[in-house]
Design a protein around this ligand. Structure first.
Ligand code: SF4
Length: 197
């Protein structure tokens, strides 16, 4: 049986496996300016009681989604249910950052929304599109390359479960991104013998 994985922990694992391990298995979490800014962006959609109906589109915020066969569950920021001749669903993840220089979604943002799409696919029988709303450009970017994200999702879930089953501690991802990490004072990456940045 698959160990259940939350969409939230998938995001942490992609940022840094060691950060994920600290949070998921040790219960550690600290806030910093970046996590607070992320929380502020999410206040736009952080309302599980919100339902809006307009021109054939029903919009819900903070929607619980799950996929039993993938052992995956969590909250989708915003879901639009479109009642047309060909009913479909849009799922939208809110991010404070910006897309890649080529205009496409950042890979790990894409993975998060793809995981939400796979959850919704297990519940609803219709076409589902995924978008990332980047607050810095104030518009949505549609997710492409779905085959790539399918493989990335399966590989990532497999790797997470291997760490959980073995009890091994994943390596630190010591890069310039550490300066933006809220766990910096717990991790103390500058003291690590294996640091490469
Ligand atoms: S400080 Fe760097 S290595 Fe440590 S948890 Fe954060 S991102 Fe990972």
């Amino acid at each position: 049986m698959n160990t259940d994985i939350t969409l939230n922990s998938l995001e942490h694992f992609c940022f840094c496996k060691y950060q994920w391990w600290l949070n998921y298995t040790q219960g550690e979490w600290l806030q910093n300016v970046h996590t607070v800014l992320g929380d502020i962006v999410h206040t736009k959609v952080d309302d599980p009681h919100f339902v809006e109906k307009r021109k054939g589109i029903t919009t819900k915020r903070s929607v619980v989604v799950y996929n039993d066969s993938l052992g995956l569950y969590g909250i989708a920021d915003l879901v639009e249910f479109i009642n047309s001749d060909a009913p479909r669903i849009n799922v939208v993840e809110y991010k404070k950052g910006k897309p890649q220089d080529n205009g496409e979604a950042q890979v790990y943002d894409g993975l998060q929304v793809y995981a939400q799409m796979r959850c919704l696919q297990s519940i609803y029988d219709c076409n589902i599109d995924g978008y990332i709303y980047y607050n810095s450009i104030r518009r949505r970017v549609k997710l492409k390359n779905l085959d790539f994200y399918e493989n990335l999702l399966l590989d990532t879930l497999d790797e997470m479960r291997q760490y959980l089953a073995s009890g091994n501690i994943p390596p630190k991802s010591i890069t310039k991104s550490c300066r933006a990490c809220s766990m910096y004072e717990i991790c103390l990456p500058y003291l690590d013998r294996r640091r490469d940045a």
